[in-house]
Design a protein around this ligand. Structure first.
Ligand code: 5GP
Length: 139
């Protein structure tokens, strides 16, 4: 997948499109997925413009994964899921729909099914309330 600077996550990083931010570092951004597969579905991306695992630098990926670990602990503390699914998709055949590398953090509760991938937009107020709980756990 070639990198398209007009992709939605590049636009979010440039401040051209909105997002509900969870936390930001010099090299990464964590934000709520607008079509969450479960409540509390967070995305973490490096700021480096890389479409996939094949393109990203080791340094940018390492920084991104540090944020993944920090946010994972905050999601666990804030939402108390039974499990946490962490996924990263490369290429359309793997299900990737946005061509800027990102990592999914998807809380799982026993007996609660995943909603379909990238399908139904959530209520922005509900996303903001979940983000606020996760942000508080980051403090
Ligand atoms: P992928 O299929 O590329 O691994 O995942 C892309 C994710 O981005 C999906 O889970 C989808 O719901 C989410 N997504 C798509 N468009 C937007 C958007 O404009 N803002 C946010 N925050 N998430 C988005």
């Amino acid at each position: 997948m070639a990198y398209d600077p007009a992709n939605i996550f590049a636009r979010i990083l440039r401040g051209e499109a909105p997002c509900i931010k969870v936390c930001e570092t010099e090299q990464s951004l964590a934000f709520m997925d607008v079509m969450p597969q479960t409540d509390g579905h967070v995305l973490v991306m490096p700021k480096e413009p890389a479409a996939s695992i094949y393109d990203v630098s080791h340094a940018a990926l390492a920084a991104c994964m540090q944020t993944v670990k920090t946010v994972a602990a905050a999601v666990q503390a804030a939402l108390q899921p039974d499990g946490l699914l962490i996924a990263q998709l490369n290429g359309e055949a793997a299900g990737q729909t946005v061509g800027h590398l990102h990592v999914h953090l998807i809380p799982r509760w026993s007996g609660v099914a995943l909603r379909p991938h990238a399908s139904a937009p959530a209520d922005p107020a509900q996303l903001e309330a979940l983000a606020q709980r996760i942000r508080e756990a980051l403090r």
